[in-house]
Design a protein around this ligand. Sequence first.
Ligand SMILES: Nc1ncnc2c1ncn2[C@@H]1O[C@H](COP(=O)(O)OP(=O)(O)OP(=O)(O)O)[C@@H](O)[C@H]1O
Length: 434
Amino acid sequence: MRALYTIATDSNYKKDLVGGAFGRHLVDEYKLARENFGDISDEIPYHLMPSHSTLVSKVLTESINNLPILFVGASALLRPRHTSLACLTMIEQVSFSLRHSVARLSYVTANVYRSLESIRGIYKKIDAHAEKLKADEHKIRYPVVERKDQRGMEINFKNVSFHYPHGDDGKCALRNVSFQIKPGSLVVIVGANGSGKTSIANLLSGFYPPTSGEILIDGINAQDYRPLDRHEAVAILSQDYNILPLTISENIALGDPYDIADEYRVQEAARLGGAADFVRRLPKTWSTVLHPVPSVSPLGYIEDGPLKEVMNELDKFTDISGGEKQRLAASRAFMRLMSPKIKLMVVDEPTSAMDPLGEYELFEKLRSLQAGRTLVCVTHRFGHLTKYADLILCVDNGYVAESGTHDDLLRSDGLYAKLYNVQAEGFAPNAQQT
Ligand SMILES: Nc1ncnc2c1ncn2[C@@H]1O[C@H](COP(=O)(O)OP(=O)(O)OP(=O)(O)O)[C@@H](O)[C@H]1O
């Protein structure tokens, strides 16, 4: 529950959650776990509890603290002959242990309160989610009709300008960008650092709307579609991903929350993403939790015993290399890509930590699964992808400086040719285009 709650509420996971369109699955899982958890009532008055418990515990601990003095004082007055030093020491010991128990009770109560607050938080999320879905009901479904031709998404950027909501005032990441992506085509976006490649990928993925201009999807303004439908039609693979605090198996399976129980598909996705081999070598293979949320009990201190052993086990941390993490992210993307719902795959430089063979294999597998999908890749490396691309967009300082195929762009001898030649020279001094 803590892991699910963290994914649902921690803004670091927002991109994974929205891009992966698994919000509904998450709240359903949480509800189920909450029902199984069962014995804590939502009827408890949350707000009164902490102040109430603090006040009660303060009064109690103070009274217990003064208990020996009060008792001995009273006995000395009433029965002076029966009062002894031994009696005072004994009472002091008992009061100390009582004070400890009351303090512990107060701590436990505060923790229960915090746990109830978390539950309330995720219910708020569920409500917000339901309200959002309701508000979007009037919007157009995507795909508009169940298409038999499986041709991929058609995208048209018309004079699109964009600046990030919290970016520098007036600084545009994209300016008057226009291009057309044919359904089922392979598009590669290249350009220098900060030129706007990821911003184009973010708009294609539906993470942000354009600040001005229009993005048409299959001829209809992208804003007119139900956002959830649109997210469900797009698979994203980028370097901006998180390993979720769940098992490796769940990390991959959440690529397609509708088919989460299909173990065969999870393993096939891991094979395609290049993760299967290293996962099988881990001591707990598919059940490994890589980034566990600390599993401190909602009731605080846990006595030594079987529960503590389970909790300690949950807290154990297994780490993997950067390249292996990227393979895991790729596996989640392949899980998603196997869904017939996917009409667009956006790949944003996901292989920076991968070895060249891993990168080559990844792109080959992506291309092999491309039928019926549009594939857009952002890359710094010129090679197998740019050669096969139906369209290359060469971006410079927020503009699309050039567009065309590899051969077109080399012929026009502009920015693309310059970037390509710099990289080609690195491998063979005479490899420049002629
Ligand atoms: N989240 C953000 N908030 C504000 N500004 C941003 C954000 N992300 C990028 N920018 C700015 O938008 C511009 C375009 O950035 P973008 O990430 O699209 O470039 P890029 O070509 O993908 O760069 P790189 O090759 O380094 O990944 C840059 O000036 C960048 O500083």
